[in-house]
Design a protein around this ligand. Structure first.
Ligand SMILES: NC(=O)c1ccc[n+]([C@@H]2O[C@H](COP(=O)([O-])OP(=O)(O)OC[C@H]3O[C@@H](n4cnc5c(N)ncnc54)[C@H](O)[C@@H]3O)[C@@H](O)[C@H]2O)c1
Length: 370
């Protein structure tokens, strides 16, 4: 069933210019010539994608961009391993070879990897040009495309090189989810339920009540889930653009999740899968501290399992392994690991006093035997 498009606004504070931008959510936006004309007028573009997504969607975008416009296409190799400075060089070199100027707008067509790379390239090109996010994974639609964090990985760690650079707009075409593999879809669902956990108990209740529709990727329910997730992310980013405070709540499940990704090897577990398991660990500690009822943990676990998301930590990871991996996390402040727990359902809190013993207890009760 078709859905009408919705527009949300990300409001950002700025002394010098109005940097707020729209998030448009709807069907067939990538074919919408009028929308591109409105956003870009006659400006040239550099369209960045990868070798999985470009064959699926680049032709329809190029057609919507119109024949009169200068379009440089950059097709990167697919994969997190290519989220590096080499890919940035490819994008910048292509833009320079085609003599793009500061009027040019970069378009990021893809998941979080393409979005982070293109945003960072846009932040660097001629000291900063505009870019538009065209996210094609559920995770990118509800999370990475909104908020202005851009960057690449380094051999020393993930996302260590980057810049805050807000997009000119985010266009979420729901049609792109039809080609998204099941595991990637589930990884995005994990980020959606996270928003309910950390700041909207009503949203959590609604999501758990429509889990069958979400499994079936029903358009109307999906559009609503994406809209509410983006609204939460936009609100949090507006309140704390540079992650000095409340934006850290978005890391619920991420501190434990990053440790899993790091120890298991990036790519072994998808980011959203590791976050799913990380949320269960954090929720279990919240239960053990008496902050939330065990029933909340049960509902979270049941919901995640509907999407085949992992809810048990890797059996080879004990508290020592988690603590060693988490010590290198970017979120460590003054030598202390900062964790996001649930003070209650819909209300995240930041703590830095979780003991080795508490982590061990939570892991032991969650690990699957056999
Ligand atoms: N900037 C931020 O705030 C932020 C937040 C969260 C995650 N991230 C970053 O995002 C990245 C993960 O993003 P992701 O989960 O989107 O992964 P991804 O970009 O690697 O995409 C996952 C896979 O799906 C394919 N794909 C994408 N859209 C498709 C479609 N519509 N149909 C078929 N295949 C499609 C991709 O080619 C890729 O193989 C990580 O690098 C992470 O660090 C950034």
């Amino acid at each position: 069933m078709p859905t009408t498009s919705h527009t949300l606004q990300v409001e950002l504070a700025s002394e010098s210019a109005d940097r707020s931008y729209p998030i448009v959510i709807g069907q067939d936006l990538l074919r919408d010539a009028g929308l591109f004309d409105e956003l870009l007028t006659d400006r040239p573009v550099v369209l960045v994608s990868n070798d999985t997504i470009s064959p699926l969607y680049a032709a329809q975008i190029c057609s919507a961009l119109g024949e009169a416009r200068q379009v440089t296409q950059v097709v990167l190799p697919d994969g997190e391993v290519h989220k590096n400075l080499e890919s940035i060089d490819l994008i910048l070199s292509a833009a320079l070879a085609d003599k793009h100027e500061r009027r040019t707008v970069f378009l990021a067509l893809g998941g979080g990897v393409v979005g982070d790379l293109t945003g960072f390239a846009a932040a660097c090109f001629l000291r900063g040009v505009d870019f538009i996010q065209l996210p094609t994974t559920l995770l990118a639609q509800v999370d990475s495309s909104v908020g202005g964090k851009t960057g690449v990985n380094h051999s020393a760690g993930k996302n260590l090189i980057g810049a805050f650079h807000q997009p000119l707009a985010v266009l979420i075409d729901l049609q792109t989810l039809r080609t998204l593999p099941a595991r990637e879809y589930a990884a995005g669902i994990a980020e959606i339920i996270k928003y309910g956990c950390i700041c909207d108990a009503g949203f959590f209740d609604w999501l758990t009540s429509v889990s069958d529709d979400l499994v079936a990727r029903r358009d109307l329910v999906l559009a609503e889930a994406i809209k509410r997730s983006c609204a939460i992310k936009a609100r949090v980013v507006a309140a704390d653009e540079r992650e000095a405070g409340v934006r850290a709540h978005l890391n619920f499940g991420h501190t434990f999740g990053h440790a899993i990704e790091k120890v298991q090897g990036y790519g072994e577990w998808l980011h959203g899968e590791a976050v799913a398991c990380g949320m269960v660990i954090a929720a279990k500690i919240s239960v053990n501290r008496g902050y939330i009822l065990p029933e909340v943990l049960d509902r979270l676990t049941t919901f995640l399992e509907r999407f085949n998301l992992p809810v048990s930590p890797p059996p080879d990871m004990d508290a020592d392994a988690f603590l060693a991996a988490m010590a290198g996390d970017k979120k460590v402040a003054k030598g202390k690991i900062r964790y996001i727990l649930l003070g209650s359902l819909g209300d995240a809190i930041i703590v830095d006093d979780i003991s080795h013993h508490e982590i061990g207890d939570a892991l032991t009760s969650l690990v699957k035997i056999g």
